[in-house]
Each structure stands twice: as structure tokens, then as C-alpha cells.
Design a protein around this ligand. Structure first.
Ligand code: ZN
Length: 401
């Protein structure tokens, strides 16, 4: 018997005597042990027993531009397509300003400013009443898509929006996932459809950045079953799933967006939600290297970034000039805690960026709403924090610092 066999034998001996001991204590045989209880997943709310340092970051170390908020929204949306110029105003500037002061939010960018009369009213209510504190983006008027002259009409609408005070263009995931040839029916319109080329070019000429959301989390493109890491979220919002039917894959959507960026090098693109691929920062980084006109924001993705803190920290170090602070915050979004505009949400973002805390919630919610995990801070140095909180967004928006 060699030394390894000896140790192996000794190990077996230890295990069997431990088992005998356990049986001795309960007095029964293994078959008699109490049956495991079942528990509804929705009722499971484990409390962490970890004792680790916890910091509260009430104010960010530097002033913040939140590049991604939704303070207004379209008053009429049909099958995912915004069809009216009228806006719903979700909170007034007077309501938002005290919180912005407390949280050191220098400016909020309201991406869903709409078009036409609704855009004008939004600029009047926010940008003009609170100069420097609110910036409004315009959106395409897809209702006119079927008009033969749409490419020119849409490019001219961007020029008018610029005159009316819009600072950029927002593209919702409507393009690629909802907008169809007959607006709400027919074949899906592709993100790189040439009918939009004059619109992208006009944005470039007028130095209006394009904040573009394409695709969605990868899990939204896979079946809503027991293997889906966002099962509870998709189960609650079945309409968020893009699995099956005639939907393109996540990869196809991102490639179409990449072709747009390649074709319009003079136009700046803020690719929202970490380039809409926070699950694969290697891919996002590769695209940032390929497209000098591309930046990303963090909105609604601290849950993704914070569960891969080492990869995320390296990503921030390498691409520190290309990452913009954003939250996707919406007033009174009580059913979407990861987007509920308020002090608690901002503190989570500050804590993620500034602290080295371990294993904390990425949303102010009873159960983590985007998947059952927790996150870790990435403890960025001052130089990177300044860029991410303010300087990168100021540069893209053309704001004098
Ligand atoms: Zn958004």
C-alpha cells in the first residue's frame, strides 16, 4: 500500500464513522428523516447572514449628469409604437429639484421628449424653466413611416426639433422589435433600414448625440423556463420576452446597430444599457474599439456590472472616457424598482461606483427584480469617477463645463 492509498483508506474510515455517529444521535434510519417542505419561489426572501462592512454613499463625490431619465412619455402607445405628439408629464421640475440638490444631480437628461408640439412643451416646462438642470431629447415620429417622403420628412423633423431646443435623439427598442411596415402590423423594420439614413446624418451635422436602445437582456431572448436566470421578471412581464415569433436574435439586433454606427461615423451614438450587452463586456469593449463614435451608459445595468466586479472594473479602467452615468429613472415607477426615480436608487449607483462593499442589493426591492443575485462595489478612483459622473456626458452633450 502506498501513501496515497493509505490516506484514501483513512478518509473512508472517517466518513463512515461520522455517518454512524449521526445515525446514533437521531436514533432513526436515513429513510425516516423528515420530508423537505416545498416553498413558492415568490415567497423566498433569504436574509444575508454575512457580516461585512456596509457604507452609505448619500452623495456622489462629484456632480452628476444623469444621461438617461424618462420624466415625460408619449401619451398614446400602440403595440409598442409611440403614435402621439402629446406627452404625459410624470413629475414637474419643482418636484424633482429638491432631490437633485440633495443627491448632487447637476442635470437630468429626459430622453423621451417626443416630437412636435409635445417636444416644445417639454422643453418649455423643463429646459427653459430650469436652465442647465434639464436637457430634452427628441424622438422619431414613426406614424409617418408609410409616407413615401418619410426619409426627408424625418430628417427635417430633426432640424425642427433642434430649433425647438432638443439636445439629442432617442431611439427606443421600438426600432428593431416593435415598429412594422404598416406601423403596428406587417414585417418588422430593421434598425439599419436606409430610410433612416438622412435622420442619422442630420443628427451628426447638428451635433445631436443619438441615445440608442436596441435589443434587451440576453435572457429575454431565451425561453421563460426554469433555466432562465430572469425567470421571475419574465414571468411577471410576459410581454418583455422576445423569444420566438418573428423576433430577430440579440446578435442580429446588435449587428444591425453596429452597421448604422459604421455607416455614420460623424454621428455620435450613446448605446444605452452598457451597449445593450452588459452580460458580455468583452463584446462591448470590442465594439468601443471598433467604433470611435460609440459611448455607453450604465442605465438599469448595475445589477449586471456589479455581479462581475473584476471584469467591470477593468472595463471602466480601459474605457473610462466612453462611459456615461445613467439610471433609466422614471418618476413614480413603483412597480419597477430598478427604475424608480428617487434617493434610494441613486445611492445604489453611487455605492456601486465608489465603495468596495460586498454583496448588496442592486435595486430598492424586497426581491432582486432582475435576477436573484447581489452585487459588489468597484471602488473607482477619483479621476475615473469625475469622467463617468460628469465629464464624458458634458462632452457628448456639448455643455461648457
Ligand atoms: Zn430608458
Amino acid at each position: 500500500m502506498n501513501r496515497r492509498q493509505l490516506l484514501y483508506g483513512a478518509g473512508i474510515g472517517m466518513v463512515s464513522s461520522a455517518l454512524a455517529g449521526a445515525r446514533g444521535k437521531t436514533g432513526g434510519s436515513p429513510e425516516e428523516k423528515p420530508k423537505a417542505k416545498s416553498l413558492e419561489l415568490s415567497e423566498y426572501e433569504p436574509t444575508s447572514m454575512l457580516h461585512v462592512p456596509e457604507s452609505r454613499v448619500e452623495r456622489p463625490r462629484y456632480p452628476v449628469i444623469d444621461i438617461h431619465t424618462h420624466i415625460t412619455e408619449c401619451a398614446r402607445i400602440v403595440n409598442g409604437v409611440a403614435l402621439a405628439a402629446e406627452r404625459a408629464f410624470l413629475a414637474s421640475g419643482y418636484e424633482l429639484m429638491p432631490m437633485m440638490e440633495r443627491k448632487n444631480i447637476h442635470s437630468m437628461v429626459n430622453l423621451t421628449g417626443g416630437f412636435g408640439a409635445g417636444l416644445k412643451e417639454t422643453v418649455d416646462r423643463y429646459d427653459k424653466k430650469f436652465p442647465g438642470r434639464f436637457y430634452t431629447f427628441t424622438e422619431p415620429s414613426y406614424a409617418r413611416l408609410m409616407e413615401p417622403d418619410y426619409p426627408r420628412i424625418q430628417a427635417e423633423a430633426i432640424e425642427q426639433a433642434h430649433r425647438d431646443g432638443a439636445r439629442g435623439l432617442k431611439i427606443l427598442k421600438t426600432l428593431g422589435l416593435y415598429l412594422r411596415e404598416n406601423i403596428t402590423s406587417g414585417k418588422l423594420v430593421k434598425i439599419d433600414d436606409p430610410r433612416f439614413d438622412p435622420m442619422w446624418d442630420t443628427c451628426g451635422q447638428l451635433k445631436m448625440p443619438v441615445a440608442i436602445h436596441v435589443s434587451d437582456p440576453l435572457a429575454f431572448f431565451t425561453p421563460t423556463d426554469r433555466f432562465n436566470e430572469r425567470y421571475e421578471e419574465l414571468n411577471e412581464h410576459p410581454d418583455w420576452s422576445f423569444y420566438g415569433r418573428d423576433f430577430p436574435s440579440n446578435a442580429e439586433l446588435l449587428e444591425a446597430r453596429n452597421r448604422v454606427m459604421a455607416r455614420h461615423p460623424q454621428t455620435r451614438f450613446i448605446t444605452l444599457h452598457v451597449g445593450n450587452f452588459a452580460e458580455d463586456l468583452g463584446n462591448v469593449g470590442m465594439n468601443l474599439d471598433r467604433f470611435p463614435n460609440m459611448t455607453v451608459d450604465l442605465a438599469a445595468r448595475v445589477g449586471e456590472l456589479g455581479r462581475q466586479p473584476r471584469t467591470a472594473r477593468a472595463f471602466f479602467e480601459k474605457h473610462q472616457d466612453r462611459i456615461l452615468f445613467g439610471t433609466d429613472a422614471t418618476p413614480h415607477a413603483d412597480d419597477l424598482p430598478q427604475q424608480a426615480l428617487g434617493e434610494k436608487l441613486y445611492e445604489i449607483y453611487f455605492r456601486f461606483l465608489e465603495s468596495d462593499d460586498e454583496y448588496f442589493d442592486y435595486a430598492p426591492a424586497r426581491v432582486p427584480p432582475q435576477g436573484r443575485w447581489r452585487i459588489y462595489g468597484i471602488h473607482l478612483p477619483d479621476e475615473i469617477l469625475r469622467k463617468v459622473y460628469f465629464e464624458n456626458a458634458a462632452r457628448e452633450l456639448g455643455i461648457a463645463e
